[in-house]
Design a protein around this ligand. Structure first.
Ligand code: IPM
Ligand code: MG
Length: 365
């Protein structure tokens, strides 16, 4: 029997509620498997750790994670600590430290979810956004000088490397190729950003030659927002820079019904380091500690984790249980207009995982 070693990092806010919920469903799925189990280790890094130690995670924190098979992450963000401190001190430290350069964000309208687009059926909206996750606008290049003086200056330089752009575009073409429609849209802004984004376009053309069976087109990021709303069915796999994809993926999640549902995988495709899985939502201070957070984004992230570990059957079973639960409006949390609690949704998914009928359904699918 294989034992996967999983690090859990709940982080801040509702991360402390949804990550334990995610661990519970993973334990429920392992309980029915003779083939694999999990060994979890939880790390208490985040805002509270910062208040005590002055850092979001210890200096040797990456070493504690290095030999894990995967990381399940909640969120980083604290009302009393500047956002750039929480982000750079924890999440980006892990993503960049482990070179998790491909951030994958699938979007679908799950059964029972009321999505805001009137003319859109669930079949019209089945996207996966690939976000460059290691450089670009999040490279951290820049600085401030003359602070507090009238001549103060500040820069954030978007830094793109040929190697970084080639590997993310190649990853996106490969992912598009693996999906039935073999359709890729490369997001750009090379009309205004006339250096790095022009190189990005050139590299897209170059990499496309390696994938003659993938249909691809280019779309400016601003036009892409309108296309996502007006012509969702023309999109399938989408690749964009770090910041562009950050923005588009929030729009995608909202169009699919709620930010509370959307999952993410921060992948090191070469598997030199553990990959990290997390819901796309943040720490949601307004509802934290109340047991109202939607755990579905974490559960779907756990599906992505199972797929990454090669446990495709278990991934299918968990996704089938999630979809059975979203289909039932009495199990919708507040973000979906319902009254269900985190624990009720988690109990329902665990109960389905324990029932042999659900296993049969997933195998038939
Ligand atoms: C995301 C989030 C983060 C980001 C925030 C929390 C800094 O919005 O994962 O999309 O911008 O990367
Ligand atoms: Mg975001």
């Amino acid at each position: 029997m294989k034992t996967y070693r999983i690090a859990t990092i709940p982080g801040d806010g509702i991360g402390k509620e949804v990550v334990p919920a995610g661990q519970r469903v993973l334990e429920a799925i392992a309980a029915r498997s003779d083939a694999f189990g999990f060994e979890f280790e939880s790390f208490d890094w985040g805002g509270d750790y910062y208040r005590e130690h002055g850092v979001m995670m210890p200096a040797d924190g990456l070493d504690a994670l290095r030999d894990k098979d995967a990381i399940l992450f909640g969120s980083a963000g604290d009302p009393h600590i500047p956002d750039h401190v929480t982000l750079w001190g924890l999440r980006l430290k892990i993503c960049q430290g482990f070179d998790q350069y491909a951030n994958v964000r699938p979007t679908r309208i799950l059964p029972g979810i009321d999505a805001p687009l009137k003319r859109c059926t669930p079949q019209d909206l089945d996207w996966v956004i690939v976000r460059e996750n290691s450089e670009g606008e999040y490279a951290g290049v820049g600085g401030r000088a003359h602070q507090g003086h009238p001549i103060e200056v500040a820069t954030d330089v978007s830094m793109m490397t040929r190697a970084g752009v080639e590997r993310i575009l190649r990853f996106a073409f490969r992912l598009a190729q693996s999906r039935p429609r073999k359709l890729l849209t490369v997001i750009t802004k090379s009309n205004a950003q006339r250096h790095a984004m022009v190189m990005w376009d050139e590299i897209a053309l170059q990499i496309s030659k390696e994938f003659p069976d993938v249909h691809w087109d280019k779309e400016l990021v601003d036009a892409a927002t309108a296309r996502m709303v007006n012509r969702p069915a023309t999109l399938d796999t989408i690749v964009a820079t770090n910041l562009h994809a950050d923005i588009l993926s929030d729009l995608a999640a909202a169009l699919a019904g709620s930010l509370g549902i959307a999952p993410t995988a921060n992948l090191d495709p070469e598997r030199r380091y553990p990959s990290m899985f997390e819901p796309i939502h943040g720490s949601a201070f307004d509802i934290m500690g109340k047991g109202l957070a939607n755990p579905v984004g974490t559960f779907w992230s756990a599906v992505m984790m199972l797929d990454h570990l090669g446990e495709h059957d278990a991934a299918r079973r968990l996704m089938a249980a999630i979809e059975r639960v979203t289909a039932d409006a009495s199990l919708h949390t507040g973000d979906l207009g319902g009254n269900a609690t985190t624990v009720q949704v988690t109990d329902a998914v665990c109960a389905l995982l324990a029932s042999p009928a659900n296993v049969a359904t997933a195998q038939a699918a």
